[in-house]
Ligand binder design. Structure first.
Ligand code: ADP
Length: 414
């Protein structure tokens, strides 16, 4: 049995879990989550939220000036009696699994981190300047806290999408741009889509080879993925996470000619326009109120706010268009599977996305739909539907822990 520390490092936030698992446990879904939580506001008076095996959240604060200090604090806490993990020394942490956003074209699966891998992740900074530097600092911080002998594994958000065919990942722009600068669709949220698809196959006892599903990860970031035979064959995010569905603050698909036009009209630089599309668009941009779907639904219902309604409508319409596209790409599908904060908690949004897919054989069972909130999993289409609709909560951290054990123990990749 291995105790794996899973780290997901963002710009000012560190999400973590400790999972105890091995080959037998992961096969039977008996992995044990010893603790999970997050550290926010690193760099000042940090807020730490912790959930032990009982699932109850406890909050505390500590002055954590940088990521290294935060990881050091975390490792000390996890191995203290106060944590309730039962771990008593640092040597009880056997490996570390890191979420790494961009693996470029090189990383097609999870890998043990050595010097060459570190250099390769550094080489992809150009492709993911907002994310990979944080992930690299996380790797350094874990090494400082646990020593160089504790194995560390990188699990890439892009890796699952490596199975996309050329015709799906290439943009129709001059081909030398791909050769010279690696301009192509990479896709993100791969660990999430893989986790959802794997769990759905387990729940439905379907063999990997003859499954076609469309997974929708709808959180702050949103993406759709067409999965055939267990492999991603297309996905909505592209060269960066900006493309595709409407998201909390990201526009998703737009006409590329708009960048220059908006820059000229608003007196902005191109990087400023890109920031506007990433940070001020999507649900927030249309509504002018919030990027939070829960608040938008409340505004639309309580005050009948026109722009809140419009934001929700555009969000659902875009998602439905992608489902249509992926049904065409795969020649049909067995199921649409929802996940992410919105996908797992909002029967209303699920209903509105599925409405209008009756032609494809999808009929929503309202009562089943209403029940699927707060982490519950299940099917919410009628028994006669030929295209099923499911909710399967994503569990990226568990997949990272399992991949870490697989890589460290030399097991076959899943
Ligand atoms: P992230 O992508 O950052 O991991 P989450 O997956 O937690 O984010 O999703 C956050 C989104 O989920 C927010 O837009 C939030 O409003 C939405 N959400 C959470 N609960 C509900 C709910 N009950 N109804 C509608 N939206 C919800």
């Amino acid at each position: 049995m291995m105790n794996v520390l899973v780290l997901n490092v963002g710009s000012a936030t560190l999400k973590f879990q400790v999972v105890a698992t091995d080959a037998d446990r992961m096969r039977d879904d008996r992995d044990v989550r010893l603790i999970r939580g997050q550290i926010e506001r690193i760099g000042g008076e940090s807020v730490i939220t912790l959930r032990g095996a009982d699932g109850i959240a406890r909050t505390r604060t500590a002055p954590l000036r940088d990521l290294r200090t935060a990881v050091e604090w975390l490792v000390a806490f996890i191995t203290s009696p106060e944590s309730g993990t039962g771990l008593t020394s640092r040597s009880d942490l056997h490996a570390v699994g890191h979420r790494v956003v961009h693996g470029g074209e090189q990383f097609q699966r999870s890998v043990a981190i050595d010097r060459a891998v570190l250099h390769a992740i550094e080489d992809t900074i150009e492709l993911a300047p907002l994310h990979n530097p944080h992930n690299l600092r996380g790797i350094e911080a874990a090494r400082a806290a646990l020593g160089a002998t504790v194995p560390q594994v990188a699990v890439f958000d892009t890796a699952f999408h490596h199975s996309m065919p050329e015709y799906a990942y290439l943009y129709a722009i001059p081909y030398p741009l791909y050769r010279r600068h690696k301009v192509r669709r990479y896709g993100f949220h791969g660990t999430s889509h893989r986790s959802i698809a794997y769990r759905w196959r387990t729940l439905t006892a379907r063999p990997r080879a003859d499954v076609r599903i469309i997974t929708l990860h709808l959180g702050n970031g949103c993406s759709a993925c067409a999965i055939a035979g267990g492999e991603s064959i297309d996905t909505s995010m592209g060269f960066t996470p900006l493309e595709g569905l409407v998201m909390g603050t990201r526009s998703g698909d737009i006409d590329a000619a708009l960048l220059d036009y908006i820059a000229a009209k608003e007196g902005l630089t191109l990087p400023q326009v890109e920031a506007l599309l990433n940070n001020q668009s999507g649900l927030l941009g249309i509504s002018g109120l919030t990027n939070d779907m829960r608040d938008l639904l409340a505004e639309a219902q309580e005050h009948d706010d026109r722009r809140a309604r419009l934001a929700i409508e555009i969000f659902c319409y875009r998602a439905r268009k992608y489902i249509g596209a992926y049904l065409a790409a795969m020649g049909g599908a067995d199921a649409i599977v929802f996940a992410g904060g919105i996908g797992e908690n909002s029967p209303e949004i699920r209903r509105r996305i599925c409405d209008g897919l009756q032609w494809a054989g999808l009929h929503v069972e309202p009562q089943a739909n209403a029940m699927l909130v707060d982490g519950r999993e299940g099917c919410f289409s009628t028994t006669t539907s030929t295209l099923a609709a499911w909710v399967v909560p994503t569990d990226e951290e568990l997949l990272i822990a399992r991949d870490t054990v697989r890589v460290v123990s030399g097991l076959e990749p899943a």
